[in-house]
Design a protein around this ligand. Structure first.
Ligand code: NAG
Ligand code: NAG
Ligand code: NAG
Ligand code: NAG
Ligand code: NAG
Ligand code: NAG
Ligand code: NAG
Ligand code: NAG
Length: 475
């Protein structure tokens, strides 16, 4: 570049910068004149669908003082908005405040949006919770014999539902429920926080969920589900507070979640014993990635123990566990029937674990009416690779079922640093077969060394191709 050209380039640039500065000043002056409320109540967000109609919870008489019960307001708001299902759908805004409520039901083509500072508080009064009949793939409930409470946010037979927000909070106020459960005072099974049944196209994202009475998020008999950017928090010593439990679901994407729980961070299920076999709905085509989990008493991802509709094509990638009992665990039992197959795990970073690999063929719980001893689960094609683990007590406890071994186990590129309190036997295997490659410490003899990189699918599942829309909301 000649000296002259350089000079004009510099002048040119400073001219451009000057014009930009003037424009910026004009824009900020213009902004100053706008009432600030307009700015506060306008925002963009990403969702599977945007909505034509909007309403605010307060339009329906809700009071956000943390004391007034708003069950009627939620139900009448959603009933009112359900009329727009075939006219562009509707969105219910939950503004900042503390909104005490019992259970309410969702509708189709609907978005529940929790603004920043909005807290939905679950009522601890049992009369605010309708009773539901048993889930067909489970028969009776395990908590209590007389049925189950509807979840705080419940939906059945729906299409196109979004539950999201600017990191608003849903607080299950679980303490009284955990207490009653531990004192065996419940006749009806504790409610979940969010349960969606027989539904299609579901998004649950950008929220903080705390202290659920029971499991947090339970999609069942549903498909095309995206669950992302959730912060899920429960004390690590309270019962059954599983984070996300896809149950007999197909095409599920679970990504970028942070979960601290007293039970499994994620548990993939499909029904119990004869009930699950009869319903026969598998959990399949499920992705779990970029999860961080803390669960000292349970698994980062459990497969089962209820798996009687089958579990297959599960892809788990890039996940982190800290102070967690086990990583990706398989739990099953004689009587479950069905299968767990084509499981792929790639990229785990683990710190302070009891077990890195744990498979159990004799999990204790059964349906109340017993089980068929001939219904043997088939466990095969279980692939793990690229794992770093520190401070581990037991590298692998792999227990298949006699006469029904777990087959096709593949473990490659694994480095496990054992803790000072390590077990004398880092690997302990019965009734399993497979291969291992480049794993330290050396696996049990049932997994002989073979130079191999365990497979991980390279194709995309349909749920990965869903395009988010940019939705704008202005009040
Ligand atoms: C969730 O957060 C991400 C990252 O901040 C943002 O891109 C996305 O629009 C948010 N989604 C919703 C529904 O607010
Ligand atoms: C509910 O829906 C009707 C239209 O059917 C509308 O007129 C009414 O204002 C809505 N909102 C409330 C708060 O009832
Ligand atoms: C929600 O729907 C279920 C099933 O249709 C019903 O039993 C329950 O009473 C409803 N809950 C409310 C709060 O209306
Ligand atoms: C919901 O769908 C299931 C399965 O298709 C069906 O058995 C049930 O009757 C439906 N319930 C309602 C309330 O439509
Ligand atoms: C959402 O809120 C939780 C709890 O306050 C916080 O830990 C988390 O970092 C927040 N997430 C985002 C994306 O702001
Ligand atoms: C082995 O796993 C580590 C992560 O744990 C990864 O960084 C590395 O690339 C893997 N090596 C091979 C050869 O795949
Ligand atoms: C290692 O694990 C033990 C539990 O097995 C725990 O008490 C200890 O704090 C952990 N150490 C580190 C350095 O994380
Ligand atoms: C090995 O596993 C079996 C159960 O399959 C158990 O009974 C035994 O105690 C274990 N051994 C060690 C040393 O942990």
């Amino acid at each position: 570049m000649s000296h002259q050209n350089m000079k004009s380039a510099i002048f040119g640039n400073s001219y451009v910068i000057c014009v930009i500065s003037i424009v910026l000043i004009l824009v900020s002056l213009a902004e100053c004149r706008e009432p600030s409320s307009i700015k506060l109540n306008s925002f963009d967000y990403h969702a599977i669908n945007c909505r034509k109609h909007n309403a605010v919870l307060t339009d329906f008489g809700a009071v956000g003082d943390g004391k007034t019960l708003n069950t009627k307001a939620f139900n009448s708001a959603i009933t009112n908005l359900s009329q727009y299902a075939n006219d562009g759908g509707a969105q219910l805004i939950v503004p900042p405040g503390k909104w005490l409520t019992g259970s309410f039901n969702l509708t189709s083509h609907f978005t529940l949006f929790l603004q920043k500072g909005a807290v939905i508080l679950a009522s601890q009064d049992e009369s605010e919770w309708p009773k539901l009949s048993f889930l067909p793939s489970y028969g009776r409930e395990k908590d209590a014999p007389d049925g189950r409470f509807s979840s705080l946010i419940f939906g059945t037979n729906l299409t196109d539902v979004v539950i999201t927000g600017n990191n608003g909070t849903i607080d299950g106020q679980g303490s009284t429920w955990w207490d009653k459960f531990q004192k065996k005072q419940l006749k009806i099974t504790r409610p979940y926080m969010i349960e969606i049944m027989y539904s299609d196209q579901i998004q649950i994202s950008n929220l903080t969920l705390i202290n659920s009475p029971n499991w947090f998020v339970h999609p069942i008999y549903s498909s095309n589900i995206i669950i992302n950017r959730l912060t899920i928090l429960a004390p690590v010593d309270v019962p059954n507070t599983d984070g996300i439990d896809p149950d007999s679901c197909t095409n599920v994407l679970i990504e970028d979640n942070y979960i601290v729980s007293g039970d499994d961070c994620i548990a993939i299920k499909s029904g119990l014993d004869g009930y699950g076999i009869k319903v026969g709905k598998p959990s399949q085509k499920i992705i779990v990635r970029r999860l961080t989990c803390i669960s000292p008493k349970s698994a980062m991802v459990a497969l089962g123990s209820e798996m009687s509709g089958g579990i297959q094509d599960i892809r788990i990638e890039d996940i982190t566990a800290i102070n967690t009992e086990s990583a990706v665990r398989i739990k099953t039992a004689v009587g479950r029937g069905a299968y767990v197959k084509d499981i792929f795990v790639k990229g785990m970073n683990l710190n302070t674990m009891k077990y890195v690999f744990w498979m159990t063929g004799a999990y204790k719980s059964h349906a109340e009416n017993g089980f068929d001893p001939k219904a043997l689960p088939k466990i095969s094609g279980i692939n793990y690779r690229d794992i770093i683990a520190k401070n581990v007590t037991i590298a692998g406890q792999l227990d298949g079922i006699s006469n029904d071994p777990f087959t096709g186990i593949c473990i490659s590129n694994v480095t496990i640093e054992m803790s000072a309190q390590k077990n004398n036997l880092p690997w302990n295997c019965t009734d399993v077969s497979g291969v291992a490659s480049n794993a330290v410490p050396k696996p049990c003899d049932m997994l002989p060394e073979k130079k191999i990189e365990c497979p991980f699918p390279t194709d995309k599942l349909p749920i990965e191709n869903v395009q988010f829309k940019t939705c704008n909301f202005q009040s």
